[in-house]
Write a protein that binds this ligand. Structure first.
Ligand code: GDP
Ligand code: MG
Length: 294
C-alpha cells in the first residue's frame, strides 16, 4: 500500500536549558493536530507522551527534561546526557530564548556534529523589542553560519506551523513506532524507562550510564496514582554498589528525580519502586529492539 510506503515516523528531541519553552512548544505542536483525535479516549495520554499521529506520519517528541540543568554543570555529565539525546533523534530541536546568549557553545557544537539535522529555535519572539529578533538571528548566524535558524513564539503559537512542516520534511520514511490511536502499556513503560535512564546519566560518572539498562516491569494506572516498578540492570556487582550508593542515597536521588519528571509527564501522582540487578550480558541483546518492546 502506498500509504505504508510513504509513511514517515521518527523521534524529535527538544534540547535546551530549563524554562526556555520546551514543554510549551510541545503542547503547541500537539494541540492543534490532536483536536482531530480528541473524540478518542486516549487523547490526553497522547498529549502526555508527545506522540503526534496523523495517517501519514507519526512524530515522537521528547522534551528532554533537565537537559541543561544548572545543578549538573559538570561538562561531562551534560555531554553524556546530550549525547544520548542526540543519538536517539531523527531531528534535533535546539531551543534558546530570545534573550539568551551563547552560554552553551559545546552543546551546540555537539548537536551540529550529530547525525540528525538540527533546527535551531529562537523562542519567545513575542517579547521582541525593536529589532531584537532580527538582531539575535544575526548574532547566532554569525556564530554558527551552518545553523538552520527558526524564530517562534511557542506561547502565542507563532511560527509553530512552519516549524512542524519543516520537521515533516526532515522526518525519515518509516512505519509507526507506536500504535496510533491507543498507546499501549509498552509505550508508557518505554517513556518511564527513558526518564529513569536520563536520571542515571545525570547522576553517575563514566561507564556507569553506558553499562545500565532500565526495564519497567510493572505499570499500573489507578484512579489517582500510577504504580511503576523498574529494574535497573548493570553488568557487575561493583556497579550495582555504585548505583545504590552509600545508605542507598544515590538510588533514592535517581528515584526522586525520575518520579518528579514522571508526575509532570503523566499528570498524575507516581509511586516508583526501583530494583538494581546484575545481568552480565545484557549488552548482547539488541538494546533498541528490546526498548521498543519488539
Ligand atoms: P521548559 O522548561 O523548557 O519546558 O519551559 P516551559 O515550556 O515550561 O516554559 C517556561 C516559561 O516560559 C513558562 O512560564 C512559559 O509560559 C514561558 N514561555 C514559553 N514559551 C514562551 C514564549 O514563546 N513566549 C513567552 N513570552 N513565554 C514563553
Ligand atoms: Mg519542560
Amino acid at each position: 500500500m502506498t500509504e505504508t510506503k510513504d509513511h514517515k515516523a521518527g523521534f524529535v528531541n527538544i534540547i535546551g536549558r530549563p524554562n526556555v519553552g520546551k514543554s510549551t512548544l510541545l503542547n503547541a505542536l500537539m494541540g492543534e493536530k490532536l483536536a482531530i483525535t480528541s473524540s478518542k479516549a486516549q487523547t490526553t495520554r497522547h498529549r502526555m507522551f508527545g506522540i503526534l499521529n496523523e495517517p501519514n506520519y507519526q512524530i515522537v517528541f521528547s522534551d528532554t527534561p533537565g537537559a541543561i540543568d544548572p545543578a549538573y554543570k559538570l561538562q561531562e555529565k551534560m555531554m553524556g546526557y546530550v549525547q544520548t539525546a542526540l543519538e536517539d533523534a531523527d531531528v534535533i530541536l535546539f531551543m534558546v530564548a530570545l534573550e539568551d546568549k551563547n552560554d552553551y557553545p559545546q552543546l551546540i557544537e555537539m548537536a551540529l556534529r550529530a547525525n540528525a539535522p538540527v533546527l535551531f529555535l529562537i523562542n519567545k519572539t513575542d517579547q521582541n523589542k525593536g529589532s531584537q529578533t532580527f538582531d539575535k538571528t544575526t548574532y547566532w548566524k554569525e556564530l554558527y553560519p551552518e545553523l538552520e535558524i527558526m524564530t517562534i513564539s511557542a506561547l502565542e503559537q507563532n511560527g509553530t506551523e512552519v516549524l512542524l512542516n519543516r520537521i515533516l520534511e526532515l522526518l525519515p520514511k518509516h512505519p509507526k513506532y507506536f500504535p496510533e490511536d491507543e498507546l499501549t502499556d509498552k509505550s508508557e513503560r518505554f517513556i518511564s524507562a527513558e526518564i529513569i535512564r536520563e536520571k542515571i546519566f545525570l547522576n553517575y560518572q563514566q561507564e556507569i550510564p553506558y553499562s545500565s539498562e532500565v526495564v519497567v516491569t510493572s505499570f499500573k494506572e489507578e484512579d489517582k496514582i500510577i504504580r511503576i516498578d523498574a529494574e535497573i540492570y548493570v553488568e557487575r556487582n561493583s556497579q550495582k554498589g555504585i548505583i545504590i550508593g552509600k545508605k542507598a542515597e544515590s538510588i533514592k536521588k535517581v528515584g526522586m528525580e525520575a518520579r518528579k519528571d514522571m508526575e509532570a509527564f503523566f499528570g498524575k501522582k507516581i509511586h516508583l519502586q526501583t530494583f538494581v540487578k546484575v545481568e552480565k550480558d545484557w549488552r548482547k541483546d539488541d538494546r533498541k529492539l528490546s526498548r521498543f518492546g519488539y
